[in-house]
Structure formats: C-alpha cells, structure tokens
Design a protein around this ligand. Structure first.
Ligand code: S3P
Length: 177
C-alpha cells in the first residue's frame, strides 16, 4: 500500500470496537509496526490489566497508561491501539493531537456488547450489566472520541472491509495534511 505516514496512527474507541484486531491488520497492510498500549502496560507492570486494577487501582493504571502513550506517540510512524480510556485523558489526547493521527473506530452498543461478552477480563465491565456500563461510557466518551482526525464505522462487515475503509480515509487525511 503506497501511503507514507510521517507520524504514528493511533486507534481509539470503546472496548470491543476492534482497535487491536483492526490495528494489527492495518499495520500489516501498511508494512508498519503494531503496538498495543495495554500490552505495553502489562509488560511494564509485569501483571495483567485486571490485576493492576485490583491490586493498585485505576489511578495507577491511568498513570501507567499516560506514561506508555506519551512515549509511544513520540515514536516513529507505527500503528498504536489504545485502551478505551486513553483518549479521554486530556494529557494523552493533547499529545496524540500534536504528534499523531487519530482514528476512531465507532461502533453501536449492541455490537460492542456482543464483542466484549466473548471475554470476561475487562475490569470496568465486571461491576454490573455490560450493556448499561457501555451505554454510560458511550454517553461520556463519544463526544470526546469525535475529536479524532478520522472516524470509521466499525460495526458490521469483514475486518478487511473496515481496514480498507480506514486506509481510504487515511489516504485522504495524509494527502490533505
Ligand atoms: C479501558 C479499556 C481497556 C483497558 C482498561 C480500561 C477503558 O482496553 O485499557 O480495561 O477505560 O475503556 P480495551 O479498550 O482495549 O478493552
């Protein structure tokens, strides 16, 4: 694919939006490295996200998330998948706006609920009904995710289709940058 990125592309969106899956495929299509900020946090902390929340609490998780993302967005062009709360942090958001291109994978509630129900590891979804929690997070976060440079509908369709849509949008953004 003949797009040359001069800065990292950061995927944002709620849990279940497909940031990691689509990010990996995008990276492979564009011959770029893929990095997942949650995996970097797990590696730095030496334990799972669920354990970080349980043992140290969300504030410590958010500190680690900020540290990891400020480092990653300042790196060479690559594809970065973030955790759903990352872009909500004003410091991370400002760094992404300054140093990277942001792409919001936007999905509807029923799709998100279906996707997050496949795995039971997400600490924020353990305290109640997944649909109600995600619906509240959508209300709070969608206006902020909407500040992304690019928005892609990640509801239905094959992963390939979403990747193609992302690449087409990225081409336009890079051309007009
Ligand atoms: C979170 C999303 C998770 C993870 C953590 C908090 C959030 O990542 O970072 O559990 O605040 O939305 P995914 O969006 O990859 O599930």
């Amino acid at each position: 694919m003949n797009i040359t990125l001069h800065k990292p592309l950061v995927l944002i969106g709620l849990m279940g939006a497909g940031k990691t899956t689509i990010g990996r495929r995008l990276a492979s299509a564009l011959s770029l490295n893929f990095v997942d900020s949650d995996s970097e946090i797990v590696e730095a902390a030496g334990c799972s996200i669920a354990d970080i929340f349980e043992i140290y609490g969300e504030t410590i998780f958010r500190d680690l998330e900020q540290r990891v993302l400020l480092r990653l967005v300042g790196s060479e062009p690559c594809i970065i998948a973030t955790g759903g709360g990352a872009f909500i942090n004003p410091t991370i958001r400002a760094a992404i706006k300054e140093k990277a291109i942001s792409l919001w994978l936007k999905a509807d509630l029923d799709i998100l609920v279906e996707r997050v129900s496949r795995r039971d590891t997400r600490p924020l979804l353990k305290s109640g009904d997944k649909g109600s929690i995600l619906s509240k997070l959508m209300e709070e976060r969608y206006p902020i995710y909407a500040e992304a440079d690019i928005t892609i509908d990640s509801n239905a369709g094959l992963h390939e289709t979403i990747v193609e849509k992302a690449i087409a949008a990225l081409k336009q953004t890079v051309q007009h940058a």
